[in-house]
Design a binder for this molecule. Structure first.
Ligand code: ATP
Length: 366
């Protein structure tokens, strides 16, 4: 089922206490896709999900399921199933009855209930504990039963709000993979809310990055990573995050170049052409991902002078925190790189992979 949001707004409160939780949101969630709404706390992602569910009425704009305008429909008429962070299972019912409950309420025939519960249990691999009570299950198993309750009804749309956030870190990883696998099997249109960019990146066909109620970018994970539209998206997607350094545009013999930390950096062609149309001495922000930095001797010409602040080994690789002209920068290097605190190093930037942003608006320069 395709979901379409058209100019959707949500305003809470009145007068001085007004909160514009969601502003002028246009979003198309293609049928069968897994789409994630991601952003920091308060950005409006839960409100958006609740409007899709029908639990919240938009202040303005329309919501379509396929070609039907559902804006004024009750939640129960929308054929959506929700999974929340706090999955409330019925404690006195075993797993089978927990799964069957929603179907019973709808007066589904017992043999149909039996088949749908068994099918769901097979998909979720919970078939071997259908007669256990929730208290006899681990947190991960309980969360699978909660998912099962959503799946068993075979809804047109799944809406999930941080369903993994109550699980411990390891279980979160395995359940994340299982959810993704499940989506590949069922292909039910899914809208997923999280503040965790890694969850968004790993599971989704498309990710909508929100900030202060405003959609910043809506793209596939690879595009978000490689072509962020502004400094907010660039800094939010990726871990450790993208490094930002203030820079000035200068004219050099070969066209426009950048002054960064007292060093002149030549630019690759497309960026140089983009900057040729801009005023000289203009302030920009240079964005570099941690994996696009390398170490050199500080004596080599053209390298950025840096001092090592801390070294953080994480196993397969090492994050090196550096100070460049008073700015903190993180480099992601091989675990066997010889580097110690207070070393003076030269940083080499992979110029083909840099990002430039307007110094005032933060918009990407391309
Ligand atoms: P979180 O990750 O913390 O849940 P979120 O991105 O999901 O954040 P929302 O819950 O959608 O954010 O909230 C967006 C804004 O709207 C916030 O400023 C919040 O305080 C406000 N808000 C949400 N619900 C209400 C409400 N019922 N009444 C008043 N303000 C609300």
């Amino acid at each position: 089922m395709e979901i379409r949001l058209q100019g959707v707004e949500k305003v809470f409160g009145r007068g001085a206490r007004t909160v514009r939780a969601v502003r002028a949101l246009d979003l198309v969630i293609p049928s069968g896709e897994f789409v994630t709404l991601v952003g920091p706390s308060g950005c409006g992602k839960t409100t958006t999900l609740r409007m899709i569910a029908g639990l919240e009425r938009p202040t303005a704009g329309r919501i379509f399921f396929g070609d039907r305008d559902v804006t004024d429909w009750e939640p129960r008429d929308r054929n959506v199933a929700m999974v929340f962070q706090n999955y409330a299972l019925y404690p006195h019912m075993n797993v089978f009855r927990n799964l069957a409950y929603g179907l019973r309420v709808r007066r589904t025939a017992p043999e149909v209930i039996d088949r749908q519960v068994q099918d769901t249990a097979r998909v979720l691999e919970i078939g071997s504990y259908l007669d256990r009570k929730p208290r006899e299950l681990s947190g991960g198993q309980r969360q699978r039963v909660a998912l099962g309750r959503a799946i068993v009804r075979n809804p047109a749309v799944f809406l999930m709000d941080e369903p993994l956030s109550n699980l411990d870190a390891k279980l979160r990883l395995t359940t994340r993979a299982e959810l993704k696998r499940l989506h590949l099997e069922l292909r039910t249109t899914t809208v997923y809310v999280t503040h965790d960019q890694l969850e968004a990146m790993t599971m989704s066909d498309r990710v909508a990055v929100m900030h202060d109620g405003v959609l910043q970018q809506y793209d596939g994970p690879a595009v978000l990573y490689e072509r962020p539209v502004n400094t907010f998206v660039a800094g939010f997607i990726g871990s450790p995050p993208m490094n930002f350094l203030p820079a000035t545009v200068e004219r050099s013999q070969t066209g426009m170049a950048l002054q960064v930390a007292g060093v002149t950096v030549a630019l690759p062609d497309p960026l140089r052409r983009a900057l040729d149309q801009r005023a000289e001495r203009r302030q920009v922000v240079l964005g570099v991902r941690p994996e696009h930095l390398r170490f050199q001797s500080p004596q080599v010409a053209g390298v950025l002078p840096a001092r090592v602040f801390v070294v953080e080994p994480v196993g397969a690789e090492t994050y090196v925190d550096l100070l460049v002209n008073g700015h903190r920068v993180v480099a992601r290097v091989d675990a066997d790189t010889a580097v110690s605190v207070d070393d003076k190093v030269g940083l080499v930037v992979d110029l083909r992979r840099i990002h430039l942003f307007d110094g005032e608006t933060g918009q990407a320069i391309r």
